[in-house]
Design a protein around this ligand. Structure first.
Ligand code: FES
Length: 174
């Protein structure tokens, strides 16, 4: 093989390898842009609201965050004032608190005292009532309410139904 034709062959071979590499890396980039199917599905969490017991706090998970679900007793419902009613989610004839389980001060997870029906954040002593409204500083506001949609007996977290939109409009949640 003459020197010039060897150079031509080497050039083509190198060019071919580089082209394959470029296509492969474009494919890899595209794959990393596309959300994984599991991530798409994880955007929504459906809760069967008939599965909860009264005054028993259950911590669910939505998008990796803790979600407090608390079903009220008849006594709790009877004591609700207008502000607390505004934070309450009604599914059928049952009433619930469904809040992000992260203190609005610096993000600690408050604990629920079911005898007192209050939440205490041990980090700096912040307190919330059973609807998640703040009763003692330093938290600047009540627990946030995740986007939800009522669907029959279920609550779909991650979708914005009319009840959630109203809570946002009236400043009940951010
Ligand atoms: S993080 Fe809850 S009171 Fe500070």
């Amino acid at each position: 093989m003459k020197d010039s034709s060897r150079r031509g062959f080497m050039g083509k071979a190198f060019g071919g390898v580089a082209a394959v590499g470029a296509v492969a890396s474009l494919f890899a980039m595209k794959k990393s842009w596309d959300p994984l199917p599991s991530v798409k599905a994880a955007g929504f969490t459906t809760l069967d609201m008939s599965a909860y017991n009264e005054n028993e706090l259950v911590t669910e998970k939505w998008r990796g965050k803790p979600i407090f679900v608390l079903k009220y007793t008849a006594d709790m419902i009877a004591k609700l004032d207008e502000k607390q009613k505004g934070r309450t989610i009604v599914v059928g004839s049952d009433h619930y608190m469904v809040n992000l389980g992260l203190c609005t001060h610096l993000g600690c997870i408050p604990s629920y005292d079911n005898a007192e029906k209050t939440f205490l954040c041990a980090c700096h002593g912040g307190m919330y009532d059973f609807t998640g409204d703040v009763t003692k500083a330093p938290p600047p506001r009540g627990l946030d309410i995740p986007p939800f949609k009522i669907d029959g007996n279920a609550l779909v977290l991650g979708e914005e139904g009319p009840e959630y939109k109203k809570m946002k409009e009236t400043g009940v949640t951010l």
